[in-house]
Design a protein around this ligand. Structure first.
Ligand code: MLT
Length: 265
């Protein structure tokens, strides 16, 4: 397989934990995880193709190629098996990796994401966004995507966090945004993948997430044979950015369960 080489930021030592970012962000979103988890595990945060420092490549839009990029990153790092997790789009890529490369997984983290495929209406919405972004640039995302990403607590009380996320959204490249929208639109239902998983699964969700709400996360944790759920208070869809300490506590407890570091208090 060809694929692209993912630009990656890493921190820490020990059990490898790969974290895949949300749409339309980059590995910059995991700053607080690289800082806060480096003393319990090796945090590896790639930019998915087309975002941050990674090129888009020539492939047709598909989560399969994104998952294969991550498997190749593990090869490059000399890592046989890792905990792999992702938030929202990163979660879709993680579930695709579970389907295509199940032998690479020590554990799985699915944050603020959905195992179901898009209904028809959502698929055509994505096509509209792809067209609009290619025509008008990322201001379309600030108008149509940004408002749903943050929870009401962050929107009401944390202007610094909203401003940071806005900056990350504006930095996305329109061609990559359109490509990723089309890749996500084509994704299949992943509930059977979750039911067949051998590895332990941690599902995390912000209690104010309206894109992938708590009931959706609960169903995913139930579907996995070895699933557990962590609900993050006062966080919306970007729980890792909105409440990083609570997010990191959930990840570090999971890593400790898997024999990694000791859980943070
Ligand atoms: C994300 O945060 O990655 C997006 O909400 C994913 C999506 O558009 O389904």
């Amino acid at each position: 397989m060809g694929g692209v080489q993912l630009y990656t930021r890493s921190a820490g030592e020990g059990l490898p934990v790969v974290l895949l970012h949300a749409f339309p962000l980059s590995s910059a979103m995991w700053l607080a995880q690289r800082e806060g988890l480096a003393d319990v595990c090796k945090v590896i945060t790639p930019d998915l193709r087309g975002f941050g420092g990674s090129v888009l490549g020539e492939d047709e839009p598909s989560l399969d190629v994104m998952a294969d990029d991550v498997a190749r990153l593990l090869d490059r790092e000399g890592i046989d098996r890792a905990v792999v997790g992702g938030l929202s789009m990163g979660g879709y890529v993680t579930m695709t990796l579970c389907r295509r490369h199940p032998d690479r997984l020590l554990g799985v983290i699915l944050a603020d994401t959905k195992a179901s495929a898009d209904p028809e209406e959502a698929r055509s919405g994505r096509e509209r966004i792809a067209d609009d972004v290619l025509r008008e640039g990322t201001s379309v995302l600030v108008e149509k995507v940004l408002p749903g990403l943050l929870g009401r607590t962050t929107l009401e009380r944390r202007a610094m966090v909203s401003g940071r996320v806005r900056g990350l959204v504006q930095a996305a490249h329109p061609v990559a945004v359109a490509w990723a929208q089309r890749a996500m639109a084509a994704r299949p239902d992943s509930f059977d993948t979750l039911r067949a998983l051998d590895a332990p699964v941690l599902v995390i969700v912000g209690e104010e997430d309206e894109i992938a709400p708590v009931a959706v996360a609960d169903a995913m944790a139930e579907a996995a044979p070895d699933g557990r759920l962590a609900v993050i208070e006062k966080a919306g869809h970007l729980s890792a950015i909105e409440q990083p300490e609570a997010f990191n506590r959930a990840v570090s407890a999971f890593v400790a369960e898997l024999g990694g570091g000791s859980p943070r208090r």
